[in-house]
Structure formats: structure tokens, C-alpha cells
Design a protein around this ligand. Structure first.
Ligand code: PEP
Ligand code: MG
Length: 568
């Protein structure tokens, strides 16, 4: 296909890469969203009943269509489609639309007004909830298109491989993707935890999010080279070179697919590779990979919509689902990390000025120790019911530990219940005080997402600050080095369970720094394991030294690539 674009050839656009892989294909844009109506004329009273009926029919059609697609899909894609269909059936939302219609608005405008209200509420909640506003806009647009009998907004029909561009992909569109045609995804908006990113990971389609408004300069039909690891979209690449890069990327993907654990470097230095999970389904999925256990069970994500604290028995049941997926291996349970971007209605503080620096994680237990002791009781109960012994150790760690006192306090409560006690190292103070903190604990696990946020004083949810909230920042790597040194001194195992552990190249650096275990999303495990198997431990140490000595995150990546090119 001819390359046509109104931007200079050779231009590189940059976003956040969320699924690795290189692809070269023409760009296509998602079908436009409907123009949103303005308030318009007031509907006469005697016509409002018919208007209510018209809305109901359109919403029912959209909900049924999404539910039907959900039945045809699998795994998270099916769940996302089901959840989106559920949103169209949401009683609160429908009630708000009906109220608008009864007040005299045409159905189309009543849909816009009600959705806008819900979007503001979701945005005010922030964090993961705010990322769900894409789903709301999506159902709004689908219902409006249906009301107008227009074509459903979303995926265009294509007859060959393309890279799909969009402002933000709706979960429903992403879940319905045919990956033999849509070989790459690029969105202007979205974050690494948005539904687009989650499903792209599941489908294993190279994907870049938060690429910025400038990508609208890329016109349909332009050949683009996307690199989902680097987060780059290059125009005007040499077609022959691009084809070679794609071939190498596909070969690497095949090596990853064939990789078998346990993870070790080419000369046999072992690193335990574990999975990050959030519920029984995720744990069962992780158990089908080469993960040797669970390195981070984010318990708060089980309770994001619970308005009341579940009882000890109810919690024990939830935890047992995860533990039983790994009956013969280690599972690290994290105590509730409620607050900030993970609001748990029964545990989080309302209206803090600065929630990331507020009462989150272990800090909540200071004012409500029973919340924590009941959770630990529930973990201990699940362990007992399942009869887990030394062959399947259950470790428990606290998030947001900042002082030696907190570590000692938490460890005491765990040990009273026969649980192995640890702490996340994600507050810079905990790194600096590692020599005082580690003696109280059996293990530590570095949360690079928050450690980076707090070290760089940059909000991890801010797309504008993505260049700072990058775990390749040498400042963060130096803190990890210190933690590993202290871990060796005190014989305390040091793991990493933040997103850094899911980056194969960074995993080499972490291994070189002396990290004992890496815990990542199940979908990232094979890529990390395959990368480790290709280099020896000496090379890991060399890349670690190069990254530590770099001036910034980009330079650290480049320095590591240069060392690898030299040794290969
Ligand atoms: C982290 O901060 O790196 C971490 C693993 O915890 P979370 O992302 O859940 O805050
Ligand atoms: Mg954290």
C-alpha cells in the first residue's frame, strides 16, 4: 500500500508500550463516534412515553449485542464484554436517562446528559474507577448510534493486516478484535491498566497507549512501524529493514512460546519467577503458566465494590480460591492496600487532599487494627482449611511500610498466626532503613510502581509524567541495589513485584543487582524467563552496572542494549 501522510517521513511518535512486539502495516482509524446531540427542543408531554420506549429498545438491542459477543469470547475478553453489557443494563444509569426523557429531553440527549453525570462521578473517584469512563463513553455512543439507526461505531472492515489507531479503544471493540487482521494497536489516551491494555495483553497484540494527540497527524493508509516494547510508532521506515525487524520479533515470540521454567540464566543462576494475581480466576490462569507460585496477591482488588467488610469466613473463602490454585508452591498474600488509586469502600478514607501520600496500605490499620487482624485470621484460616504446610508456604506482606516499628508490629501479628512475615519496599524511607527493617522480617518484596512514584515525586497515574514514573530511572535502580545489598547482609530474600519485573530487559538488570525472585502478570512470565535463559549471570551484573551508571531512564535502556549487543 502506498505511504501517504501529512507528516514528515522518519517521524517517531512515542507512547507507553504495554504489549511488546514489532509490526509493520498500514494504519487504519477506528470508525468515528457519533456526533453528540445538544439539548434540542423540548419533547411534548404526550410523546415522552414513546421516547422512553425508543430508549429502552435501543439500550436493550445494544446490551443484547454485547452479551452475545461475550458468549462467543473467552477469558477476560468475555468478562469485559459482559461487564459492558451490564453497564447498559445498569439500573442507576437507565433511571437517570429515563428521568431526562420524562423531563422533556429527546432520548439521545438524555443519554448524553446521564452519562456525563456518571463520568464526573467516576472521575472524582479517580484511579482504576476513572479508567472505566471509556466504557461509559462507549455505551453512550453505541446507544446513540442505535437510536439514530446509524452504523455501530467501532472497528472498520479491513481486508489485510493493519495497525489500528483510535483515541481510546472501547473494551467491546478490543475484545472483538481479529488479531490476524489487526496486528497492532495504538491509542491516543488510556493507561497501562486500562481495559485496552488488559485485553491487548490477553490477545498478545503489540500495543501502545497514551501516545498523545499528535498521532492524529497519521492518516489512514500510512505504513507504520510499531514497537510495543519501546512504545514507538515510526513513519517512513525502510520497508526491507522493517520486514526484518518484524521477522526477528516473531522469532523472539516463538522462542518465548517454547520457553519452559524454572527460570535461570544460561549458566544456571536461579531466579524464582512468580505471578501477580488478584483472584481465584487469575490464580488458576497463572497456574497454567511456568510461574512457580504467586509473588503478589493483591487482596484489595477482591473488594473494590464491597461496601461492607466481608466476614473472616467470607474472606477465607476468597483467599482459599487463590491458595488452592497453587497447592504445592509459595503464595505471597499482600494485606489490604486500600486507598489512593485502589479505593475499597469499607476501608478507604474519603476526601484526602493527597491520597497517594495519605492513609493507604498498612497505615489504615493504625486506626483500625481489627481490620488487619481479621484479614490475617482469614488468611490463617484458609491455610488451615487447605492443610498447607512447608511444601506450600504462605507468606504475608504489608504494603507501604515506612518504619522499622511498622515492620516489627506487622511481623508480630503474622507470627502469632503462624504466617511468614514480610513487607513491601515501596517507600524510599524503607530502603534507607533496610538495616533496621529487615531484622524484623522473613522477606521483602520491592514494589517498583510505588517506589518509583515516591522516589521521583511523580504521580504514577499521570500520563504527562510517564517519563519520570519509569522504573528504569537510575535513582530507582540505586535504591534497589541498596535493598539487595542489605538483603544479602541480613540473609533476607528480596523479590520485585512491581511492573518492572514484567520487563524482560529490566529483569536482567534486577537479576544482576541480586534480586531473588521476580513476580509479574502471568502473561509476562514466559518473556521474562526466555530473556533470562539467553544470558549468563556475569552479563546480568554488567547490564546492572551499566544501568546504574546511566544519566536517565532512556540512557539506562540504551546502555543495557549496548552491553547485550557487545556480548552477543
Ligand atoms: C507496586 O507498588 O509496585 C506494587 C506492586 O503494588 P501496587 O501496584 O498494587 O501498588
Ligand atoms: Mg504499591
Amino acid at each position: 500500500m502506498a505511504t501517504v501522510s501529512n507528516v514528515t517521513q522518519g517521524t517517531v511518535f512515542k507512547g507507553t508500550g504495554v504489549v511488546a512486539g514489532i509490526r509493520y502495516a498500514p494504519a487504519v482509524w477506528i470508525s468515528p463516534r457519533p456526533e453528540l446531540p445538544t439539548a434540542g427542543d423540548v419533547v411534548a408531554e404526550d410523546l415522552r412515553e414513546a421516547e422512553l420506549e425508543r430508549f429502552k429498545n435501543a439500550a436493550d438491542v445494544v446490551a443484547a449485542r454485547l452479551a452475545e459477543r461475550s458468549e462467543k469470547a473467552e477469558g477476560p475478553a468475555a468478562e469485559v464484554l459482559k461487564a459492558t453489557s451490564g453497564m447498559v443494563n445498569d439500573r442507576g444509569w437507565r433511571k437517570a436517562v429515563n428521568k431526562g426523557i420524562k423531563g422533556g429531553h429527546p432520548a439521545e440527549y438524555a443519554v448524553v446528559a446521564a452519562t456525563t453525570k456518571f463520568i464526573s462521578m467516576f472521575e472524582a473517584a479517580g484511579g482504576i474507577i476513572a479508567e472505566r469512563t471509556t466504557d461509559l463513553r462507549d455505551i453512550r455512543d453505541r446507544v446513540i448510534a442505535e437510536l439514530r439507526q446509524e452504523q455501530e461505531p467501532g472497528l472498520p472492515s479491513v481486508d489485510g493486516p493493519v495497525v489500528l489507531f483510535a483515541d481510546d479503544l472501547s473494551p467491546a471493540d478490543t475484545a472483538a478484535l481479529d488479531t490476524s487482521l489487526f496486528v497492532g494497536l495504538v491509542t491516543e489516551l488510556g493507561g497501562p491498566t486500562s481495559h485496552t491494555a488488559i485485553i491487548a495483553r490477553q490477545l498478545n497484540v503489540p500495543c501502545i497507549v497514551a501516545a498523545g494527540h499528535k498521532i492524529h497527524e497519521i492518516t489512514a493508509g500510512t505504513d507504520v512501524l510499531v514497537d510495543g516494547a519501546l512504545g514507538t510508532i515510526t513513519l517512513g521506515a525502510d520497508a526491507v529493514e522493517a520486514a526484518a525487524m518484524v521477522e526477528e520479533s516473531l522469532a523472539a515470540a516463538a522462542r518465548i512460546a517454547e520457553w519452559k521454567g524454572p527460570a535461570q540464566t544460561s549458566d544456571g543462576h536461579r531466579v524464582q519467577l512468580l505471578a501477580n494475581v488478584q483472584d481465584g480466576n487469575g490464580a488458576r490462569q497463572a497456574a497454567t503458566t511456568e510461574a512457580e507460585g504467586v509473588g503478589l496477591f493483591r487482596t484489595e482488588l477482591c473488594f473494590l465494590s464491597a461496601t461492607e467488610e466481608p466476614s473472616v469466613d467470607e474472606q477465607a473463602e476468597v483467599y482459599a480460591k487463590v491458595l488452592s490454585a497453587f497447592p504445592k508452591s509459595k503464595v505471597v498474600v499482600r494485606s489490604l492496600d486500600a486507598g489512593s488509586d485502589k479505593p475499597v469502600p469499607f476501608a478507604s478514607m474519603a476526601d484526602e487532599m493527597n491520597p497517594a501520600l495519605g492513609v493507604r496500605g498498612l497505615r489504615i490499620a493504625r486506626g483500625n487494627v481489627e481490620l488487619l487482624t481479621r484479614q490475617l485470621d482469614a488468611v490463617a484460616k484458609a491455610v488451615k482449611i487447605l492443610g498447607r504446610g512447608d511444601e506450600a508456604p504462605t507468606w504475608v506482606m504489608a504494603p507501604m511500610v515506612a518504619t522499622a516499628y511498622e515492620a516489627q508490629w506487622f511481623a508480630g501479628m503474622c507470627r502469632e498466626r503462624g504466617l511468614i512475615a514480610g513487607a513491601m519496599i515501596e517507600v524510599p524511607a524503607a530502603v534507607l532503613m533496610a538495616d533496621k527493617i529487615m531484622p524484623h522480617l522473613d522477606f521483602v518484596s520491592i514494589g517498583t510502581n510505588d517506589l518509583t512514584q515516591y522516589t521521583m515525586a511523580a504521580d504514577r497515574m499521570s500520563p504527562q509524567l510517564a517519563y519520570l514514573t519509569d522504573p528504569w530511572q537510575p535513582a530507582v535502580l540505586r535504591l534497589i541495589r541498596h535493598t539487595c545489598e542489605e538483603g544479602r547482609r541480613f540473609n533476607t530474600p528480596v523479590g520485585v513485584c512491581g511492573e518492572a519485573a514484567a520487563d524482560p530487559l529490566l529483569a536482567l538488570v534486577l537479576t544482576g543487582l541480586g534480586v531473588n525472585s521476580l513476580s509479574a502478570a502471568s502473561t509476562a512470565i514466559a518473556a521474562v524467563g526466555a530473556q533470562l535463559s539467553e544470558v549468563d549471570f556475569e552479563t546480568c551484573k554488567k547490564v546492572a552496572a551499566a544501568a546504574l551508571d546511566a544519566e536517565g531512564a532512556t540512557e539506562a535502556r540504551d546502555a543495557v542494549r549496548a552491553v547485550l549487543a557487545e556480548v552477543s
